[in-house]
Ligand binder design. Sequence first.
Ligand code: SAM
Length: 278
Amino acid sequence: MSAGSRHPDVWRAIDAQPTAAKLADTLEVRGRTPAQVRVRRRFLRFVPIRTGDRVLEVGCGTGVVLRDLMALAGRRGEVTGLDASRTMLERARALARSAAGAPLRLRHGDASELPFAGGRFDAALAVTVILHVRDPLRVVQELARVTRAGGRVALQDQDFGLVGAAHPDRALTDRILDGVAARIYEEPCSGRRLPALLREAGLEQVRVLADVYQDTALSDFSRAFLERRAENAVRFGIVDAPTAQRWLEGFNEYVARGAFVLTMNYFGAVGVKLARRP
Ligand SMILES: C[S@@+](CC[C@H](N)C(=O)[O-])C[C@H]1O[C@@H](n2cnc3c(N)ncnc32)[C@H](O)[C@@H]1O
């Protein structure tokens, strides 16, 4: 068993997880949730991705973002997806078959050691990936290396320090949400740190777009998110199983009363790779 597969963050070594196929399903559920579609597409417009662009997405997963990028880059563009998981890449290949737009290339690899020549892309992106990697700066430096002078490096991440959940037991909610995020991620507040990372990697003209996923109806995505947090809270010994179950039921009670609210902050940050001055 590799060190990656023992890490509490399952997204670091998906192929080592018995639940790999289920994890792929969760990305597609998230990808088609209307409030998530809005957050993602607003970020892609902010980057922006233009017709004819050669675009790289690292940590592409099942290709939710890739399929949007194909449409935006168009037939004269070129889209490349890279992921460390072969399960994800197989799913991405199958799902992109019927997608229109730019030709798609998929590569297996590690975002901290990209198998591409320098200056190869007009734009390089990592969407909900920086949160999961061991060395975020190294990944952003690699994104900058493979981007041409004048091109854009764009990052988007959740910020798990900014999750708002209405629930009858607020103290328990904080204990579970904060406790689980602190045990899984080295930097649970990854989103707000993205602009600093871009600057540290030498990118300039950094712009930030904060956005909020908002749900008042308990979408399948929100339900899966809360269930995973409850499971992990038990796994990490934060609460016992009956308490985790009671916590989940509290959300159902709020849904029934029309009082359910879940928000999750997303931060987007884009920097430009300027040509080296003499
Ligand atoms: C949460 S998913 C995001 C997928 C996609 N970007 C999206 O938004 O739907 C994170 C992805 O990053 C990949 N990943 C994690 N660490 C990686 C690394 N070091 N190099 C390449 N991919 C990595 C995982 O395999 C997974 O597919």
